[in-house]
Ligand binder design. Structure first.
Ligand code: GAL
Length: 668
């Protein structure tokens, strides 16, 4: 159990980066520290990939360099988020235990030579990762520079699923705990189909490559098992750190971004003191700032609304996308302050000094190859100064929204399994559409795990909740009963926890809530679209359904479900309603629908925003702060007043936020 006092690791908003001094000759370090001071750096993550440097041979440690850099940082007043180094085991460990290397679904074992090259079920990595965590905790846990622990790095990023024999045995153990007996498993997985019946747990394998479609129950169970295995790994490392240093907070850096969904993070939040996330933009996505907002809102939901830490993002280009576009002028600052606006109490980068060699040498850093005399470093210094002026914001929280959007990793896993009605149903699509429509409308939304309490929300949006968690229908019904608006979209509430269809008409979990009964899915051909009677355009999906206990707001004019309902609403006395959307609307149509739902709930933007600033308010004991971010090329008026902490100047009602800039008004 943690005895962490709750004190944030830095006084103001944390600012810094992953710092990898081991990549540089020691003469560079004083310059690093001086530049960090110039930039206002307050926190660096150290030692993430340094196991091979710290323990060059089993049991022989070279601590000197880490001792010296910790002292240097401490003398400069820079705090350290010290990592356990399990993300990059040393070569000698791989050579001694090649069986710890992960195996893919084809049975191919990976070799060492990169990072995260271990099977999460391997007792070898568990033993050595907890051993080195203890060594580090005992040696450095009371060093005054060390402010928090960083467990491993982006758990499951590269080694999320392992199909080796050790994993197979661990999977069978896990299954034995999930199912009372093998008959229960046979029933849950529907093994009567294709005669897959198992006589004992010993016969079961991970879903390795097979001739055609694998068993979906087995696939889903393996996703859960693998996620749980990483939760166990995190727990094992965190337990050592807590035992040795109960005074220090523990975090690990999540990857709530893009398509990553190897871990159900809701299972990990109870193990952490501070929730941290890494976020990288899709450089070619013209709506990347909206995707950033969606990520940050999800992280805040995982953090239970409390402040969280942006552990990594990039100052400019990354190195792992097909085309690694540099950030545009001002974009780094906007990105950083967007995260702060949405609840981050720290913005750190990967990495401090851009590497000279190695796989990531073309990834931007805070100090680029060009060195201190560069536009990028000057921007970094500017950002540090701005964050310094925002210190008072730390500890405040994002004002609770009236709109909630539910997301759920098991639904993500299950909805994208093989052999479904359409490959164009991708879990995140409708969630992003809805979030994007709210973003454009300037309406705040809390993005919550689907198991969350919904009290206080007037609108609850439920995209593609294919595998509805227990009790969610009842919680949504309560929202409707107290006058709220609930919107459920297609391919929600379809299966039970084992991916078995809920019978009697789709969506089994939500039929009563929505007052509809779907008899057949009717997805569209690639690139197809349909017209709805209210002028909307649908894509991807339609359904043949009846609205037995709901009014039809729009029906299909054409397409495979022509003449049938497309959008319905079941209203109850008191103004509450459950809306059902059976197609993927294009962006303008989605904006119209979202506007109607918001009107029904009387939800309006925080402030009127002609031209479309991004606006978020944080509130705390000492006041409130209104963040206004201008993502456009033109100046935009901000209809609020207060002192702008970014410039230090007063901002009058209606004064503009210059193109591409950010204003943070105290008191607004
Ligand atoms: C992250 C990782 C960092 C670095 C970065 C590059 O996924 O945690 O170590 O590789 O990506 O963008």
């Amino acid at each position: 159990m943690s005895r962490w006092t709750g004190r944030w690791p830095t006084d103001g908003i944390a600012f810094g980066a992953d710092y990898n001094p081991e990549q540089w000759p020691e003469e560079v370090w004083p310059d690093d520290v001086a530049l960090m001071q110039e930039a206002g750096v307050t926190l660096v993550s150290l030692g993430i990939f340094s196991w091979g440097e710290l323990e060059p041979e089993e049991g022989r440690f070279e601590f000197g360099w880490l001792d010296r850099i910790l002292d240097l940082l401490h003398e400069a007043g820079i705090g350290v988020d010290l990592a356990t180094p399990s993300a990059a085991p040393p070569v000698w460990l791989h050579l001694a235990h090649p069986e710890m290397l992960p195996v893919d679904a084809d049975g191919q074992r990976f070799t060492h030579g990169s990072r995260e090259s271990w099977c999460v079920s391997s007792p070898v990595i568990r033993h050595h990762a907890t051993r080195i965590a203890r060594v580090i905790a005992e040696r450095y846990g009371h060093h005054p520079a060390v402010k928090m622990w960083h467990v491993s790095n982006e758990l499951a990023c590269h080694n999320g699923r392992c199909y080796c024999d050790v994993s197979a045995a661990a999977f069978r153990d896990w299954l034995g705990k999930q199912y009372t007996d093998i008959e229960a498993l046979n029933l849950a997985w529907g093994t009567a189909f294709w005669g897959q019946r198992y006589a004992s747990f010993e016969q079961i394998l991970p879903p390795r490559r097979t001739t055609t479609i694998p068993n979906p129950g087995q696939r889903l169970a393996f996703e859960r098992f693998s996620s749980d295995a990483f939760v166990d790994h995190l727990e094992a490392e965190a337990a050592v750190l807590r035992e040795v240093t109960p005074h220090l907070p523990v975090t690990t850096n999540y990857m709530v971004m893009g398509d990553f969904h190897q871990i159900d993070y809701t299972q990990t939040t109870p193990l952490l003191d501070i929730v941290s996330n890494d976020h990288y933009l899709g450089a070619e996505d013209p709506r990347r700032f909206a995707e950033l907002a969606f990520s940050a809102d999800r992280v805040r939901g995982l953090a239970g609304g409390k402040p969280w830490l942006l552990m990594e993002h990039s100052t400019s280009a990354v190195n792992w996308q097909p085309r690694n576009l540099a950030k545009q002028p001002g974009e780094m600052v906007r990105n950083a302050l967007q995260h702060v606006a949405r609840g981050a109490d720290g913005v750190l980068f990967f990495q401090w000094r851009q590497s000279r060699a190695g796989a990531e040498k073309y990834h931007s850093g805070m100090v680029p190859h060009a060195g201190r005399d560069s536009e990028l470093f000057r921007d970094v210094v500017g950002l540090g100064a701005t964050l310094g002026r925002l210190a008072e914001v730390r500890g405040s929280t994002v004002e609770k929204a009236r709109v909630a959007l539910l997301w759920d990793v098991p639904s993500w896993w299950a909805s994208e399994l093989e052999a479904h009605p359409s490959v164009d149903v991708r879990y995140l699509d409708v969630a992003r559409d809805l979030h994007g429509a709210l973003f454009d409308a300037g309406v705040a939304v809390d993005v919550l795990p689907a198991t969350s309490d919904l009290a206080g929300y007037d609108v609850v949006l439920v995209p593609t909740l294919y595998l509805a968690p227990p009790g969610v229908a009842a919680r949504l019904a309560e929202v409707v009963a107290r006058g709220g608006q609930v919107v459920v979209t297609y391919f929600s509430g379809i299966v039970d926890e084992h991916d078995r269809v809920l019978l009697g008409g789709y969506p089994g979990a939500f039929r009563d809530l929505l007052g509809v009964r779907v008899e057949e899915f009717a997805p569209l051909a690639a690139g197809g679209s349909v017209s709805l009677s209210d002028g909307s355009t649908g894509t991807v999906w339609t359904e043949r359904f009846t609205a037995d206990d709901a009014e039809v707001l729009a029906s299909y004019d054409d397409g495979p479900s022509a003449g049938r309902p497309a959008l319905t609403r079941r209203s109850v006395p008191g103004g509450g309603a459950a809306w059902y959307l059976s197609t993927r609307l294009d962006a303008p149509s989605m904006a119209t629908l979202v506007a109607k739902v918001l009107t029904a709930a009387d939800v309006t933007p925080l402030v009127p925003r002609p031209g479309g600033l991004e606006i978020v308010r944080r509130v705390g004991e000492s006041g409130s702060w209104l963040f206004a971010i201008n993502h456009t090329d033109g100046d935009l008026p901000l209809l609020a007043e207060g002192t702008d902490l970014v410039t230090g100047a007063p901002h009058g009602l209606g004064a503009s936020v210059p193109a591409g800039s950010v204003v943070v008004l105290r008191g607004a």
